[in-house]
Design a protein around this ligand. Sequence first.
Ligand SMILES: Cc1cc2nc3c(=O)[nH]c(=O)nc-3n(C[C@H](O)[C@H](O)[C@H](O)COP(=O)(O)OP(=O)(O)OC[C@H]3O[C@@H](n4cnc5c(N)ncnc54)[C@H](O)[C@@H]3O)c2cc1C
Length: 400
Amino acid sequence: MAKKVLVLGGSFGGLTAAIAIKHELEHDVDVTVIGASDRFLFNPSLIWLPFGKRKAKDITFKLAPTFDKNGVEFVHAAATGIDPIAQTVAVGDASYAYDYLVIATGYRNNFNIIPGLGPDGYANTITTLEDATLAGENWKKFLDNPGPVVVGATQSAGCFGAAYEFLFNMSYQLKKHKIKDRAPLTYVTSEPFLGHFGIGGLPHGEQLLGMFLKKEKIEAVTNATMEYVDKDHLKLADGTELPYKYSMIIPPFVGQDFLKSTGLADDKGYIKVLDTYQTPQYANIYAVGIAAAVDVPWQTAVPVGIPKTGFPTEQMAHVAAKNIASQIRGEVPEDHKEFADIKAICVMDAGNNGVMILADKMLPPRKHGVLVPGPQNHAMKVGFEKYSLWKMKKGHVGLP
Ligand SMILES: Cc1cc2nc3c(=O)[nH]c(=O)nc-3n(C[C@H](O)[C@H](O)[C@H](O)COP(=O)(O)OP(=O)(O)OC[C@H]3O[C@@H](n4cnc5c(N)ncnc54)[C@H](O)[C@@H]3O)c2cc1C
């Protein structure tokens, strides 16, 4: 009988793993994805949504037809529990049996990090479709009554690339709307220096980011610990108050709540994994993407998280897929890749400009790392968006 693979989550990690396993083993495997969302969301484009440059329909597609065409069953539901001994996943009262399980349930915003964040708070966020939509409604109101703008990332945040992209897009939009003079822009970050990005920085990154900020007349506060956000100002732990009419603050990410009770997750809700992306406790349970725990290999004055971006997420998913295929064939799962050793490939958009970030390894020590600035990167980011949406929608997960 064909082995059953269950994948939780249908985003970069889950979609890639599920379709890669099915393509590899075809009739020798039954693959089912359980996904809390019925749509794939290209989160990198959320930086544009508040400014009206993208609508939800431009950056999402329905998952069911994609999985159907690729021979994968899709269940639109949120998993609520895992029983590793019985090898079942609970979805409310229903239960799904598996031989192999891939956890790719990604992130949740941790708005508890400081008061004043979240949909009921004061600062905008762009890390989910709902957050970015609300940030867009508030942007429209801001245009009628502009003033100072604060963009930042809290202590323990890891998604600094999105904070920078939103910052530079904000600067571009303020100029476009001819209100830059009335809207002084400040970037507040827990990073120890500009361009740290949660990956320890890259050669000349600090100078390059510093130049970008200077050119755009953006003030920067690094090493910042935020205390709270109020309706018209951000308060830092050192007593500084930064007034704003519009703010966008990236919170830290954590794993999904239901994973905590499984005994597989750390205190942030991330799943501890080996470099085969198997859990140390169960050789048939894997975790990939943001759901997988990655150790922060340094201590900074203010804690920073690590960005688990799309490229490493897909790489982890492929390693997991290969290893599951090996196990099903009765072989030893031999594919492995440390997160730190995965290449860093990222395009940071700045409205009509940008920076390409390339490094031979995500985390130092590295042999090669380079930041390439220039307007071509805006076109590259748009190309990356169109290509990624096409690739994912068609299920061409074997492409780079
Ligand atoms: C604003 C922003 C900008 C970004 N920009 C870039 C960029 O430019 N380049 C880049 O490479 N990366 C970027 N990233 C990072 C990229 O989005 C992530 O690497 C990627 O989303 C990780 O994919 P994932 O599958 O691990 O998790 P997620 O994308 O978080 O997906 C998890 C999936 O699991 C589902 N799920 C959650 N709970 C359950 C449950 N209980 N049961 C079943 N399903 C569940 C969710 O609905 C979701 O579909 C950005 C992220 C953000 C937020």
